[in-house]
Design a protein around this ligand. Structure first.
Ligand code: GLC
Length: 630
């Protein structure tokens, strides 16, 4: 056969292959009129091992390109904490970035769209100018699941504004020891409150239809996102609150304290569950087949996908000194479906491929993982609308969301002390006074009042992180114009003494932190805050507003303090604090966790035998709004 004929045959063959491939994209799995299970079955039959394993891989955007998405058939991308296109990137820039990666995925043989995940754990917190809501501990203090559901809806819209469709929230940890650096991510020490607050899933994903089968993931509409219940299971029960460590508790305790939130989340159709770095009685959760497969996927009938935590496979040490191959083997066999790699994806792909080809991992396990991943993607409507548009671009930081966040701040405040006796309450404060001193490291610092997981993974102090209203600004806007506000971050004793202030508002607390960086065995107010508190409160009547991710040691200062407010980590809408301090709204918050006397008492939770708190779980004084009709 002459050279020309060979070329012609080659061209015709390539043309035919291209037609078949193109035809693939218009086959059953792309037909939205078909039941999702039919579409999954059709697509699975077409997929090669490479394409299946690719779906199980999640990489960080830092190592993603359209070409990597195409060539490795990667199923998902994430933004780890602080992983942004660039500082102060706009929604349009986020959206363009996500669509750019998506086009890489759509150019694969089967055109399976990728899903993009991000930690939107108190609003869309990685993104400049997003509304930052109170962290979960403050939401637990509100005892208001309907409010939390509205926060979920608002967060979903802000996430969609940036073209993203998947969030690693809610954290439904039941923090049992405030020495744990992630305690602020937990709604409460009480499993019933955590269970109630899974209502946020209905906000994030949409309300699951009443007749839905238990465990099937549900996402209702383009203004909704896929949620993630985390970290499965028992992360909040680690010994002495040591992060990523060992939770020692019997099965009854695990199921009655740490599991109820997951059952509630599964009933609400949560799309994904993230496994905890921690261990249960010495067994790494990422290697725990009985809990991940038999219990979560079996008993609870969870039908979404199970995702690992960040580099969790690399961090597995069970059994001691296990190698990477063994970690991949045990985690996939345990029931993990998608692996948040997030960087060494070629090593992961090669390792898993080898384990399957050498029959260490059966194809049925891979098929179960891919089926679950595809189920979530089909339910999300990703095949019909893989590219994000600008429909929600105006939702980021929307005033309506900021108003909602301000409402949440108000309802999250817990009044622990109000004057020396009920007959002489200090709060609400008069709006008309001659001169008020506002002091403390957290009074005029947006980053401090937002806490960790804000713009950066660890958050950060200062007022240039993002936009919002500091507590000081809220106070200045709340008082009568004739009232003089003097702000001194760290006033000296004699300064306070020598100025005739009507009273002082001291706003102090913890610096921002996240995860292990927040592990803390003594839980005292940082020294500068203690000095400021003393310098002010030893001289004039004072209300202390504590900004913290958990209860702190306050007993030594209590006598000097006339009024004490736990404000937790309120987020960008600091006006909510002034709203209640000055009586536009009453105090209603209740402690979501026990307030200890000393850290030596810990762990100490409601229901314990030797329960001897300073303020018990559920404690909170109330005040009436000034304009309340009697
Ligand atoms: C982190 C956290 C997890 C988060 C994930 C992605 O290490 O443990 O809560 O969702 O990595 O940022």
């Amino acid at each position: 056969m002459g050279k020309t004929s060979v070329l012609l045959v080659g061209f015709l063959f390539s043309f035919l292959v291209a037609m078949v491939q193109a035809g693939d994209k218009y086959k059953k799995y792309n037909d939205p009129s078909l039941p999702i299970n039919k579409r999954i079955g059709d697509l699975m039959r077409r997929m090669s091992l490479d394409e299946k394993i690719g779906q199980m891989v999640q990489i960080d955007r830092k190592v993603a390109t359209p070409e990597v998405m195409r060539d490795y058939k990667i199923g998902s991308i994430l933004s780890g904490g602080g992983s942004v296109p660039h500082l102060q990137a706009t929604p349009q820039e986020w959206l363009n970035m996500v669509n750019g990666f998506q086009n890489g995925s759509l150019s694969t043989r089967l055109g399976i769209p990728m899903i993009y995940g991000i930690d939107a754990v108190h609003g869309h917190n990685n993104v400049y100018k997003a509304t930052i809501f109170p962290h979960n501990i403050g939401l637990g203090a509100t005892r208001d699941p309907e409010l939390v559901k509205r926060i979920g809806s608002a967060t979903a819209r802000e996430v969609r504004a940036t073209g993203i469709n998947y969030v690693f929230a809610p954290c439904i940890a039941v923090c049992r020891d405030p020495r744990w650096g992630r305690c602020f991510e937990s709604y409460s020490e009480d499993p019933d409150i955590v269970k109630e607050m899974t209502e946020i899933i209905n906000g994030l994903q949409g309300e699951i239809p009443k007749n839905s089968r238990k465990g099937v993931p549900y996402v209702g509409g383009r203004e909704k996102v896929v949620a993630c219940a985390k970290h499965f299971v028992g992360d909040g029960g680690t010994t002495r609150g040591i992060n990523e460590n060992n939770t020692v508790i019997d099965k009854h305790g695990l199921l009655s304290i740490h599991m109820p939130g997951y059952n509630a989340a599964v009933i609400k159709g949560v799309g994904t569950v993230m496994v905890s770095y921690s261990s249960w009685n010495g067994v790494k959760m990422h290697a725990n087949h009985d809990l991940v497969t038999n219990f979560l996927k079996g008993s609870l009938r969870f039908r979404g996908f199970v995702i690992s935590d960040w580099q969790a496979i690399d961090r597995m040490t069970y059994p001691v000194h296990a190698n990477y191959t063994y970690s991949v083997l045990t985690s996939i066999q345990a029931g993990l479906d998608m692996i948040m790699v997030p960087y060494n994806y070629t090593e992961f792909i090669d390792t898993l491929t080898g384990l399957v080809k050498n029959k260490f991992i059966p194809m049925s396990r891979i098929d179960d993982a891919v089926r679950r991943i595809l189920r979530v993607k089909f339910q999300l409507g990703l095949f019909e609308n893989p590219l994000s548009d600008e429909s929600f671009i105006d939702q980021l930081g929307h005033q309506a969301h900021r108003d909602l966040a301000r409402e949440a701040v108000r309802k999250s405040l817990v009044l622990l002390k109000n004057g020396e006796n009920a007959d002489e309450p200090m709060l609400p404060l008069p709006k008309k006074s001659s001169k008020i001193l506002v002091a403390g490291s957290h009074a005029d610092d947006l980053g401090n009042q937002c806490g960790g997981w804000t713009i950066n993974w660890q958050g950060g102090s200062g007022n240039n992180l993002t936009s919002g209203t500091t507590i000081l600004k809220g106070i200045a806007e709340a008082v009568d114009p004739s009232t003089e506000i003097v702000y001194e971050e760290n006033p000296e004793f004699d300064y306070v003494k020598s100025n005739n202030f009507s009273y002082g508002i001291v706003v102090v607390g913890e610096p921002p932190y996240a995860e292990t960086n927040g592990d803390n065995l003594n839980l005292t107010i940082p020294l500068q805050g203690q000095y400021t508190l003393y310098n002010v409160c030893a001289n004039i009547k004072c209300v202390v507003v504590l900004i913290s991710g958990r209860p702190l040691v306050i007993m030594p200062h209590l006598e000097q303090v006339d009024a004490l407010v736990a404000a937790w980590l309120p987020g960008t809408e600091g006006q909510g604090v002034a709203d209640v301090l000055f009586g536009d709204y009453g105090f209603s918050g209740k402690l979501p966790r026990t307030w200890f006397k000393t850290a030596e008492q810990l762990p100490m939770n409601v229901g314990d035998l030797n329960y001897d708190p300073l303020y018990p779980f559920g404690y909170g004084l109330t005040t009436q709004p000034l304009n309340a009709t009697s």
